[in-house]
Design a protein around this ligand. Structure first.
Ligand code: NAD
Length: 425
């Protein structure tokens, strides 16, 4: 019997979720008998929408809309970040949660997929307001999160500070210290060494592995980075440390370019003082729209989804795109890159370093035994290289893009779990 489409996907609620559905449709012909279960991938398991009222510093009360979505839990508890951004929508959080299912399965982590977010511009709130927002949101979603149920982590607009507040709020509510409820925490409350840079490091490791395959040396290559936050900043520094040249960087304030190379450490100092890359004196300002088409060997989108579309994909001038962000490339742009022979390392592999070290953090919290940063980085690199290699082989065997190959690997794992677990009741 054919299932009806989800009713809440009305016209203004489409976007990233539709992109995800298109990606699932592309992989379905490769799933063999498991395609019988594919509808499971197209439906989030549960969605929680919460009202988050907080007292503002001026005494008024403001209401914010928050979400937590469990896309899938066949392979383990839900896992995925929390986004604070003014454009967060349910459709976006659904897509992000589904990408977590695929990502966790693609790198073989024992998790399902989840994601959360609050529709808020955190830059407009004071630290006290952000703390009250985070604590109230944590209490509201407390019914579905927990160390063995759903483990949030940072995403855009959140970081270690918010994770500490989330851990504390959850711990207060359950009456015990529960470090395993969130990852990406500060080190002193159960965080893991290496977590801060893990996503950017994974972007570099997979980009370098892809470069090896096509005979492209990292040293001396040019790198363009969109977004200079947790992911973009770490990726830029690690590329720089390996002899690559960062030729253009952007963030929400603007874009800058210097063909002789931008020192990301120096730029980080500048951004710390000035709040953004705009006005950086050692590079020239360029229109934000020109950043993605700046000539380079490696393009690292590390900001928002849907940045590379049919409209600009023909103009992109790089050899490898390493997706630091989630969902930066639309399916139509993917087709253009396939045609042009530009290698796209899909988000579900390229940016999986963050959730991988989150997994290490969670394991360390359960054992109350912590590894050194070198041990973490070595384990991360090994796992990322293995995952990339497996996806590369599938792409070669089936003559498909790396994205479709990653989805084949991941969807097969998720749906194998589904077929083994069976239907309840
Ligand atoms: P962040 O908040 O630390 O940084 C985001 C950066 O993007 C900031 O520099 C911001 O100024 C910039 N930005 C925002 N809008 C922009 C625009 N229109 N043009 C250019 N730059 C813009 O966020 P983050 O944690 O680095 O996350 C970035 C992306 O990476 C997101 O898609 C996120 O889902 C993904 N991701 C993050 C992690 C993680 O561990 N933090 C893991 C996997 C994937």
């Amino acid at each position: 019997m054919k299932s009806e489409p989800l009713s809440y996907l009305c016209s203004d609620n489409i976007g990233p979720w539709e992109i995800y559905l298109a990606q699932v449709d592309r992989v379905t012909p490769y799933l063999g008998k498991l395609a019988f279960w594919v509808e499971d991938l197209k439906r989030p398991k549960r969605i929680l929408v919460v009202d988050v009222p907080i007292q503002m510093d001026d005494g008024s009360v403001a209401h914010f809309e928050g979400y937590r979505v469990h896309h899938n839990t066949f392979r383990g508890p839900a896992k995925g970040g929390i986004r604070y951004h003014q454009d967060v929508t349910l459709s976006e959080v659904m897509a992000l949660s589904a990408w977590m299912t695929i990502k966790n399965a693609a790198v073989g982590l024992p998790y399902g997929g989840g994601k959360g977010g609050i529709r808020v511009d955190p830059r407009k709130l004071s630290p006290g307001e952000i703390e009250r927002l985070t604590r109230r949101y944590t209490s509201e979603i407390g019914i579905i999160i927990g160390p063995d149920k759903d483990i949030p982590a940072p995403d855009m607009g959140t970081g270690a500070r918010e994770m500490a507040w989330m851990m504390d709020t959850y711990s207060m509510n359950v009456g015990r210290t529960a470090p395993g409820v969130v990852t990406g925490k500060p080190i002193s409350v159960g965080g893991s060494l290496g977590r801060q840079d893990a996503t950017g490091r994974g972007v570099f490791v997979t980009a370098a592995a892809a470069a090896e395959k096509i005979g492209l040396p990292v040293e001396g290559s040019r790198v363009v980075v969109q977004g200079f936050g947790n992911v973009g900043n770490a990726a830029a520094r690690i590329f720089h440390d390996h002899g690559a040249k960062i030729v253009a960087v952007s963030d929400v304030t603007g874009a800058v370019r210097n063909d002789a190379g931008i020192d990301p450490y120096d730029l980080t100092q500048y951004v710390r003082q000035m709040g953004g890359v705009k006005g950086y004196p050692k590079a020239e300002a360029i229109p934000a729209a020109d950043l993605l088409t700046t000539p380079c060997e490696f393009l690292v989108p590390a900001a928002l989804e849907k940045q590379i579309t049919e409209a600009n994909a023909w103009k992109v001038q790089c050899k490898i795109i390493a997706e630091g962000a989630n969902g930066p490339t639309t399916p139509a742009a993917d087709d253009i890159f396939n045609e042009r022979g530009i290698l796209v390392i899909p988000d579900v592999i390229a940016n999986a370093g963050g959730v991988t070290v989150s997994y290490f953090e969670w394991v360390q919290d359960f054992n109350s035994f912590f590894w050194t940063e070198d041990e973490i980085n070595a384990k991360l690199e090994r796992l990322m290289r293995q995952s990339f290699e497996a996806v590369w082989q599938v792409a070669q065997d089936k003559k498909v893009s790396l994205r479709t190959a990653a989805y084949i690997v991941a969807a097969t794992r998720v749906l194998e779990a589904r077929s083994l677990l069976g239907l309840y009741p």
